[in-house]
Design a binder for this molecule. Structure first.
Ligand code: PMP
Ligand code: GLU
Length: 401
């Protein structure tokens, strides 16, 4: 079969592929522990479920406006005011089938051949591929673990060319969990303010922040960037609603209209029922979010300590999201049954085979020295997972390194 050439530019989402593999192994009776999935393991809040049931019962089951209902846009505007102290009108908000869909729409509407899009690494697996599908070039700005995996104003400045169209910024970050302070964002904003560069702020993990650290996006740091900034968010992570598929963006009217035009020729509106559920979640009891984050913080503390207790593994303590991104490269060169492990893909494969632990190789996020584990799983699974990884690492022949 001949497929369009653009498909050769991308690969299937590694995070979704590994999650599917782990689920299939589990379904066939294998006792695999899944640290691959990037989705909260909590239930969707009652406020969302009830709103959806009411929507079905009342027959709210037809097409809606392409870019979302006025009711949901108003709920999003109220949320942006309440949580982020930012003011947006209905016409500056577009609802989609998930934050990934909003990012896709944005890329299709804004980028083309010859454009460059700046992506700090480690990055979420889908950013480069979403950019590649437009013909534009993802320009990766590698950040170092010693610098806290954070983009510095200096490296940002150095990456900007006359072709730079946009920067994607994701705080708290998937996969590293690093979270920018307002001061750090101000310093980045100071570089951007003089350039004609759009800023895509992926705020999907904004609610999952630890140690009392507040969430700030770049607009909270510098409102001079308002016209150039696009906020992307959704209900997947904050309200454990990954399957409902509701995301949104907030931007200038012009950008919103462009993405809605595109959406009108692709998915049309996101599910009417899921939109009602999103209103329920955004305007309902917010204490469920705080409770979920408190539980994630306990798990973070346990998993970071557990991983750091394993010889050869070193794990930074993230301030947000539900991922850890430990460095394992000091074990590269070790042998398992006579076969050398040389990179994160081989290391992840070894852990899946030897320890029945599924996780994502760091190379998928641009860092081959690391692995990504999602701790959106029970404390019991985390405890058992650490034991299994420890046993598997101790079984390696490290005398040959
Ligand atoms: N951005 C980041 C950084 C993510 O990790 C995810 C998780 N899938 C998304 C966007 C997309 O989320 P969703 O499409 O479920 O709203
Ligand atoms: N964002 C999650 C992850 O990184 C969900 C899967 C995906 O869409 O990539 O695992």
């Amino acid at each position: 079969m001949k497929f369009a050439r653009r498909l050769d530019l991308i690969k299937p989402s590694a995070t979704l592929a590994i999650t599917a593999r782990a689920n299939a192994m589990k379904a066939s009776g294998v006792d695999v522990l899944n640290f691959g999935a990037g989705e909260p393991d909590f239930d969707t809040p009652q406020s969302a479920k009830k709103a959806a049931i009411t929507a079905i019962e009342q027959g709210f089951t037809k097409y809606t406006a392409v870019g979302g209902t006025d009711e949901l846009k108003d709920a999003i505007a109220a949320k942006l005011k309440r949580d982020n102290n930012l003011t947006y009108k209905r016409s500056q908000i577009a609802v989609s089938c998930g934050a990934k869909h909003s990012l896709y729409n944005l890329a299709q509407a804004l980028f083309e051949d010859g454009d460059e899009v700046l992506i700090p690494s480690p990055y979420w697996v889908s950013y480069p591929d979403i950019v590649l599908l437009t013909g534009a070039k993802p320009v990766i700005i590698t950040t170092k673990e010693e610098e806290g995996f954070k983009l510095s104003p200096r490296s940002l400045q150095a990456a900007i060319t006359s072709r730079t169209r946009a920067l994607i910024i994701n705080s708290p970050s998937n996969p590293s969990g690093i979270t920018y302070t307002k001061e750090e964002l101000s310093a980045i904003a100071a570089v951007l303010v003089d350039h004609d560069i759009l800023i895509i702020s992926d705020d999907i993990y904004e609610k999952i922040i630890y140690d009392g650290l507040g969430f700030h996006n770049i607009l909270n740091a510098d409102d001079r960037l308002k016209e150039k900034t696009i906020l992307v968010n959704g209900v997947s992570k904050a309200y454990s609603m990954t399957g409902w598929r509701i995301g949104y963006l907030a931007a200038s009217e012009e950008i919103v209209a462009a993405t809605v035009k595109l959406q009108s020729q692709s998915t049309s509106n996101p599910s009417s029922i899921a939109q009602k559920a999103a209103v329920g979640a955004l305007l309902g009891d917010q204490s469920v979010v705080t409770a979920m984050t408190a539980e994630f913080q306990k798990r973070r503390d346990y998993i970071v300590a557990g991983l750091n207790s394993i010889p050869g593994i070193s794990c930074m303590r993230p301030q947000g999201a539900f991922y850890v991104f430990p460095q394992v490269s000091s074990l590269y060169g070790a042998k398992a049954d006579g076969v050398e492990i040389l990179n994160s893909t081989q290391f992840a494969a070894y852990l899946l085979q030897e320890a029945l632990v599924a996780l994502v190789p760091g190379v998928e996020f641009g860092h081959d020295e690391n692995l990504r584990l999602s701790y959106a799983t029970s404390m019991g699974v985390i405890e058992e997972g650490i034991k299994r990884i420890d046993r598997a690492v101790k079984k390696l022949d490290t005398s040959v390194i």
